[in-house]
Design a protein around this ligand. Structure first.
Ligand code: HQG
Length: 182
């Protein structure tokens, strides 16, 4: 993605995940908004978005953050919301281990309270350590926590996998976390 598309992607993350009201749109309960409505509202807010640019961002986005409906008339974020939406995902059986990247400064709180979703609707987990490291680096010195996902599942916790491959769960109590040896 070039710089302009990255800028548009960040704008879309803001309005499709967190603050649709900043451009005067509302998401439906599943997180969708009409493409025409989004384009008009974006232009009114000074973001020169066209249908063609939108399709490029959806197609080229490095994490496939956004999805168009099959008829191409609606768009939503695949995950990462802070506004409550029902993505319609079915619970899935997770692999034995999933990974969460965080920053060292959060470790004592996480050891005490477990992983909490914060302002998002879910805790985000990845299947690979490399992704977790990149996520952790956004917050400071990265550290990778191993989540005993299958054990959690066997004890009744629900896991979902978003359309772009991010594993989601409500919280991870500390007893299911493996901390790296320090
Ligand atoms: C931490 C990006 C203290 C948690 C990424 C994280 C991801 C705690 C931070 C997606 C805690 C929340 C989400 C506790 C958790 N005490 N800190 N008890 N429990 N934390 O940004 O997982 O690029 O809301 O470890 O790739 O970093 O935007 O979550 O450090 O998939 O598409 O609180 O965002 O995706 O930070 O990132 P975030 P995240 P996009």
């Amino acid at each position: 993605m070039n710089k302009e598309l990255i800028r548009i992607s960040k704008f879309l993350s803001l309005v499709l995940r967190h603050k649709p009201e900043t451009i005067g749109i509302t998401l439906d309960p599943q997180g969708w908004v009409d493409v025409d409505v989004l384009l008009a509202a974006s232009r009114r807010a000074g973001v020169p978005l066209t249908g063609e640019i939108l399709r490029q961002v959806v197609a080229q986005n490095n994490k496939q953050r956004f999805a168009l409906s099959p008829d191409g008339l609606r768009i939503r974020a695949n995950q990462g919301h802070s506004v409550p939406v029902d993505l319609g995902l079915s619970p899935r059986i997770p692999p034995k281990h999933l990974f969460h990247g965080t920053a060292t400064r959060f470790l004592s709180s996480i050891a005490e309270k477990g992983l909490l979703p914060g302002r998002r609707t879910h805790v985000h987990l990845s299947v690979d350590e490399q992704t977790a490291r990149a996520v952790g680096r956004r917050h400071g010195t990265p550290v990778i926590l191993t989540v005993q996902a299958r054990r959690m599942h066997d004890e009744g916790f629900l896991f979902y996998c978003s359309d772009n491959g991010v594993w989601l769960t409500a919280t991870v109590p500390p007893e299911f976390l493996i901390f790296p040896a320090s």
